[in-house]
Design a binder for this molecule. Sequence first.
Ligand SMILES: Cc1cc2nc3c(=O)[nH]c(=O)nc-3n(C[C@H](O)[C@H](O)[C@H](O)COP(=O)(O)OP(=O)(O)OC[C@H]3O[C@@H](n4cnc5c(N)ncnc54)[C@H](O)[C@@H]3O)c2cc1C
Length: 429
Amino acid sequence: MFRQSTQHVGSYYAACYPTPIPQRPALQGQLDTEVLIVGAGFSGLHTALRLLQAGKRVTLLEASRVAWAASGRNGGQALLGWSCDMPPLEKALGLEGARQLWDSMCWAAQELRELPGRHGFDIDYRPGSLWAAVQPRRVQQLHDAQHDALVNQGYDQLQFISREELPDWIASPRYQAALYDPQGAHLNPLKLAQGLAQAIEQAGGQIFELSQALDYQPSGSGYRVRCAQGEVRCDVLVMACNAYIDQFDRKLAGRLLPVGSYQIATAPLAPDLAQSLLPRNSCVIDNQFVPDYFRLTPDHRLLFGGGCTYLGGIPRDVAQSTRPYLERAFPQLRGVEIEFGWGGHIDISMKRTPDIGRVGQRYWLQGFSGHGVLPTLAGAQAVADAILGNTQLLELYQSLHNPSFPGGSLLAAPLEAAGKVWYRLRDVV
Ligand SMILES: Cc1cc2nc3c(=O)[nH]c(=O)nc-3n(C[C@H](O)[C@H](O)[C@H](O)COP(=O)(O)OP(=O)(O)OC[C@H]3O[C@@H](n4cnc5c(N)ncnc54)[C@H](O)[C@@H]3O)c2cc1C
């Protein structure tokens, strides 16, 4: 599946980036470093910055461009929690263990608010997220989530928004109720990734683009990692490759299913119209099995994601295939001009639980299952702290035991596709 690319995809983020997107050199020759991180998405970048701040020597290898993949293309919704929600974490770790992970998620939300100011960059941060129910019978899920968050995590921030109150938040007849989280937020993910890269370089870290790690071998107490035109020796290796890990580590790849996900951005709307759609400028995701998610941008576009493909591909015309979902949520936008449509891959793990761990001095972060803006930051904290000697959070993640997909990704994709048809039916009946 992996293809190296010199260019970002034609997303709204890349096209409307305020300056030329910085380019970095490829690795040439031999290099020695303390920590080598493979993959310059949020997972790799956050891990690198935390280690640099603790005084480590850090190098990043990126096969394409910084944030070329999911981290530069996503919906920009920074939602507290993981794709699997809390019950599987509570079952695997007990209430106390799950609560420690939740606390790290709350730390990540605060860290994301403070990072840009600390390092002098802007990410178009806007606070507030809504989790909305489409079907009347799924309103109870919102009540349950609010209750569990309070009782099990001590999290009292969630506010229930009834159907009567909803027009103040979303101008759509589709939703029955919602849960508002003031700690959730939305932001420009490409600006975040590029800001992190700049902070890494200012702290003395090195980033090489167009430098795909081809393989790794143990070397002394560390590793040697080979690229087409160079090689890096490191004491510690961190793999942050997400859905693109493929041949680099087949065992880790076997625990992931790459799933295509896509979104669209309208042309700028009249400011009044844009504001009328989401009067409080919160981002929204629904609680369907395959959710729709949307938000406004600072230049008054509606950014809308919906639908996914389990068999790897991205629709040829993303705008045409996603438009019906947008018009279903906002009939008042029927026929609106869609200026950008793009896709990317998410890394689904079998139980949708994060797959974060280590063997010896080799660490990995993956399995964010389509929900990674905050979870990558929480995961990076666990990995970086373990490298620095505190393994408490990493041990919790390792207790989650992510299995391989039976039959590998060849068989897993059609099985998941069949499963999805069943769950999608439950979205409509
Ligand atoms: C369309 C879309 C919408 C999404 N919307 C949201 C959202 O609104 N909210 C949310 O929380 N999450 C969302 N996500 C998920 C979120 O973007 C991801 O979970 C997160 O960005 C994963 O970050 P990462 O660093 O682990 O992976 P990535 O960002 O995918 O980065 C992995 C990097 O590793 C590089 N790489 C891979 N193999 C090698 C190699 N061998 N050598 C060198 N480099 C390599 C790749 O080129 C890539 O740049 C969305 C994802 C997609 C695709």
